[in-house]
Design a protein around this ligand. Structure first.
Ligand SMILES: Nc1ncnc2c1ncn2[C@@H]1O[C@H](COP(=O)(O)OP(=O)(O)OP(=O)(O)O)[C@@H](O)[C@H]1O
Length: 251
């Protein structure tokens, strides 16, 4: 399999302060990769970098010719402005921007696709609801419906199962598996180690830099998790972007 996403000494951060540094490695096309790490490890930062929301401070994220608009990115639900006055239908319809353009009208075919995506995530009948009236689990379903419509080769999910019930988790996990079964590459930042062990073949354990990256069973060892915790605790948030750091390791 060829690499779809390649990191070449990537450092990402905010105001010149690195949050993820010196990441090397590659995500193969068709991979189902979990990104795991303690709070503040840089998981969201890394996913933002891949999605193009954040530009690397240094290094390169090579997307094998994909453009950022070809990536379906599901942000943490906390990053969604739920006070924005938009209906569920229109929000999910933004997943079609790539094909309709910002100012393209929503025709009958597009309307059908949006309704089908809502049905696929169990949100039939919610089309006219303002997004701010949805529960946490319903909001997560809505975000998945938008990803579904984007029909993307690369899908990047930031804590997609955070604070949702078991039924919603199972439904949405089935979608993730379906996407991967269709040959799509899926990366997900996750916290639930059992979920990762049972469903994600490959894991990147991140603690500002990579601790380990490989088959999940090999990566999620007690030793590696301890190292990750220590590396995060030791990290200096006010440090400036630096030259090569010997703690970093290529995948
Ligand atoms: N917009 C921002 N501006 C400045 N610093 C930020 C910003 N977003 C994140 N950070 C900092 O970058 C570091 C990595 O944060 P990030 O959200 O990527 O970690 P995470 O692994 O996703 O954490 P969590 O598991 O808590 O969601 C943290 O120190 C955080 O405070």
């Amino acid at each position: 399999m060829a690499a779809l996403v390649t990191f070449r000494d990537v450092t990402l951060g905010y105001d010149r302060h690195p949050a993820v540094h010196h990441l090397n490695g590659a995500v193969e096309a068709g991979a189902l990769l979990a990104v795991i790490g303690p709070n503040g490890a840089g998981k969201s930062t890394l996913l933002r970098g891949i999605a193009g929301v954040l530009k690397p401070l240094s290094g390169v994220i090579d997307l094998d010719g994909l453009e950022h608009r070809d990536i379906a990115y599901l942000p943490q639900s906390a990053d969604i402005d739920r006070t924005f006055p938009i209906s569920v239908f229109d929000f999910v319809g933004t997943g079609l921007w790539r094909s309709t353009g910002f100012f393209g009208g929503i025709g009958k075919a597009a309307r059908g696709k949006i309704l089908a995506a809502l049905a696929a995530v169990g949100l039939n009948g919610f089309e006219n609801r303002p997004i701010g009236t949805l529960s946490g689990g319903q909001t997560q379903r809505m975000l998945f419906a938008r990803v579904l419509l984007q029909d993307a080769r690369l899908i990047v999910l930031d804590e997609p199962f955070n604070a949702i019930d078991a039924k919603t988790t199972a439904d949405l996990l089935a979608l993730v598996k379906r996407w991967n079964g269709e040959g799509r590459t899926v990366l997900a930042a996750l916290h639930d180690l059992d979920m990762v062990r049972n469903n994600f073949p490959e894991t990147l354990l991140l603690a500002r830099g990579p601790v380990e990256w490989g088959p999940t069973a090999q990566t999620l060892t007690a030793d590696n998790l301890t190292v990750a915790m220590r590396m995060c605790e030791a990290f200096d948030d006010s440090a400036a972007a630096c030259a090569a750091d010997p703690r970093s390791r290529a995948a």
